[in-house]
Design a protein around this ligand. Structure first.
Ligand SMILES: [Zn+2]
Length: 415
């Protein structure tokens, strides 16, 4: 019987030369050079790099693409929260569905096939955004697995309705819970209540944390303490933590080792952190991104993610993680091969580990694959390589033809 699919001349991380990949019943059946096999679909990848796909561990689908209804003057975090809160009150379920769908389409076309989205649930958003994102999760399940994080963006202790709504969401399809202590009048109680919800529903936790350049203002000790107290090592992620960028190396290393020991992962969001941080300075503006690669050296699980697309937090973006990796490497002044390899891991295998997803191309495993217009991950990051095609369970989910140059025939050259 014919195989479902064979990809020929694919370059994989763990193999020296190009190999063929045979897929049957959605699973990888064989990997090796020059496999003789008949398949329904037979594709030559011409030596391009194939991997399991990009993983976006932190994105906000519900509030993407709202620049037309927000004004950006100061470009600060406070303004972004305020402007988005105003817009959010007017979100309808269909509106969220349409905007989120457009971002998910872009993400898929850029080679992302797993994502964790935050969804704000509070008296202004009601359950509308949550209902819309559940529809998005189902609509695009053919190409991407979406985790939904029920998220308290605007505090909890001063607005008890939010807690009941998060509880309801966790009983009706949310995968994990997220908090944001810095917008709560009582950050410590906020952390405690988010953990209480997580324990009640036995789900993971993801916090937006310490989003400033002032290391003395920190909610990190409360998160570390609660992680230990609840035995939640490996189940807690913190995002932004931009104040780590303002610490001298020794103090930062102490925090790195503490995070690693506590089993708390870190996601940095370069596009947002760069846009919002350092607004008080007219020149020599700080980068304001936590140096995730240095914290990784202390043993912290680290990822780079998109966060926001076209809203007051990040008025730029296309949901391309390879571009985020390239941006991070550039801003952090990384150039050596090993550093670039590490950055690629931070948009692929690391976020998969943080999201506790089985990841990797192996015989017997799912045929979830993406081919990039590059020979290897290193050159993919260096050139922001385009994704040329993707498969989920062996079924093709997208393709992008390579661009062609139509040369002047008088030059005597072709291609
Ligand atoms: Zn975020």
């Amino acid at each position: 019987m014919k195989a479902q699919l064979v990809l020929r001349n694919a370059r994989l991380l763990q193999h020296q030369g190009p190999v063929d990949i045979v897929v049957r019943n959605g699973l990888i059946e064989e990997i090796g050079p020059g496999i003789r096999c008949d398949a329904v679909d037979d594709e030559d990848l011409e030596g391009k790099f194939v991997f399991p796909g990009f993983v976006d561990s932190h994105i906000h689908l519900d509030k993407a693409c709202i620049l037309d209804r927000c004004s950006i003057c100061a470009g600060t975090l406070e303004e972004a929260v305020r402007e988005t809160a105003k817009a959010k009150a007017g979100f309808s379920e269909d509106d969220v569905f349409a905007r989120a769908s457009s971002v998910v389409r872009q993400a898929i076309l850029h080679g992302t096939n797993r994502m964790r989205t935050f969804v704000e649930i509070d008296p202004r958003a009601g359950m509308r955004s949550f209902e819309a994102i559940k529809r998005v999760r189902d609509r695009f399940a053919f190409a991407i697995d979406i985790q939904i994080c029920a998220f308290a963006q605007e505090g909890l202790t001063q607005e008890p309705e939010t807690e009941a709504m998060l509880d309801l969401a966790l009983s009706s399809g949310a995968d994990l819970v997220g908090g944001c202590p810095y917008t709560d009048p009582d950050p410590q109680a906020h952390v405690a209540r988010i953990f209480a919800l997580a324990r009640k529903h036995d789900v993971d936790v993801d916090f937006h944390l310490d989003f400033s350049l002032d290391p003395s203002r920190t909610d990190l000790p409360a998160v570390i303490e609660a992680t230990r107290a609840h035995g939640y090592a490996g189940r807690v992620t913190i995002g932004h933590v931009t104040n780590l960028s303002a610490l001298e190396p020794q103090a930062r290393a102490v925090i790195g080792r503490t995070l690693a020991e506590a089993g708390i992962a870190l996601t940095v969001l370069p596009a947002t952190d760069l846009f919002l941080m350092g607004r008080g300075q007219a020149f020599n503006v700080p980068r304001g991104i936590a140096p995730a690669h240095l914290l990784a050296a202390d043993g912290v699980a680290t990822a780079i993610a998109s966060n926001n697309i076209l809203n007051p937090f990040t008025p730029l973006g296309d949901a391309a993680l390879v571009r985020m990796a390239n941006l991070y490497a550039n801003v952090m002044q990384l150039g050596r091969d090993a550093e670039i390899d590490q950055v690629f891991d931070m948009v692929s295998r690391n976020p998969a580990e943080i999201m506790r997803i089985v990841y990797g191309l192996r015989v017997g495993g799912p045929a979830d694959m993406v081919v990039l217009d590059a020979d290897d991950p290193r050159s993919a990051v260096r050139t922001s390589a385009l994704a040329l095609g993707g498969w989920k369970a062996g079924r093709k989910t997208f393709s992008r033809p390579r661009a062609r140059l139509f040369d002047d025939p008088a030059s005597g050259l072709e291609g």
